[in-house]
Design a protein around this ligand. Structure first.
Ligand code: SF4
Ligand code: SF4
Length: 253
């Protein structure tokens, strides 16, 4: 279990950590190099808001403890890819009544890397109201002006993608809020001006060049804007089995 935030009121601000440090950790999680470490406290919003959790065939530790009767094959995915659905209340079947994950130590990869602070970073709402409410409470701190510029760069990236879909190949940009926020984190480097003093750099280049830079940034993480791969790591949960790359996180062990 991560650090508790239970001393905070349900509506008050929550410390999200220093922005640059968070961004590094988030990118490491996106690259598959680390788990997210969200100070979730007693929140379990992302495990109880009707999302499907995809489990890849290489997740042996998880598969070893996952009751197979709770899963079904991921539609459209190769054999071995599974989906963990949700119950009639929208809760993951592995979430107990106290809000604890029954397989926390071996939870699915998507749960390990989920971090709702990505919405606060991108300045955009989540795909579910309870998660949006939680995300709206996060407050980052900044070690210096460069950290502020990095945050503005993430927001600028999110705005740019949202407002310029036609500049991307096939108009393919993420429709899912989490995918978009994740893409903004990946592509923020393209929005930091020389010297790192402003986060609005797209500015020195044409829209087409900026879109190309966003695509290249996503590709460095092994995905392209709008692709399924874009959604398969941090920050996302799927709405329906047709796109089973969703992902919540259960902090409570
Ligand atoms: S990651 Fe999930 S459980 Fe943790 S604070 Fe965010 S919504 Fe709540
Ligand atoms: S972390 Fe949440 S969504 Fe993931 S398996 Fe555990 S209870 Fe289910």
């Amino acid at each position: 279990m991560v650090a508790s935030v239970s001393a905070h009121k349900d509506t008050g601000p929550l410390p999200a950590g220093e922005f640059s440090a968070w961004l590094r950790e988030m990118r490491a999680a996106l690259a598959g190099a680390a788990d997210s470490d969200v100070p979730c406290g007693d929140c379990c919003a992302c495990c109880s808001t009707s999302h499907f959790v995809h489990v890849d065939p290489d997740e042996q530790q998880t598969l070893a403890v996952l009751p197979r009767e709770l899963t079904f094959p991921a539609p459209g995915a190769p054999a071995g890819h599974l989906v963990l659905p949700y119950d009639s209340r929208g809760r993951c079947p592995l979430l107990d009544e106290r809000g604890r994950c029954a397989v926390y130590d071996r939870r699915p990869r998507t749960c390990r890397v989920y971090d709702c602070r990505v919405f606060a970073a991108a300045g955009s709402p989540a795909d579910r109201e309870p998660i949006s409410r939680r995300a709206a409470r996060w407050e980052f701190t900044y070690a210096d002006e460069a950290a502020r510029a990095e945050h503005e760069a993430v927001r600028a990236a999110a705005r740019f993608v949202r407002e310029n879909a036609t500049l991307f190949p096939g108009g393919a940009v993420p429709e899912d809020p989490a995918q978009l926020a994740v893409l903004a984190v990946k592509a923020a480097g393209a929005f930091v001006a020389d010297g790192g003093k402003t986060g609005d750099p797209a500015l020195a280049t044409s829209g087409a060049e900026t879109a190309r830079a966003v695509v290249e940034a996503a590709e460095r993480f092994g995905s392209t804007p709008g692709s399924r791969g874009e959604s398969s790591r941090v920050g996302e949960r799927a709405d329906a089995p047709k796109e089973p790359a969703g992902r919540p996180r259960k902090p409570h062990g």
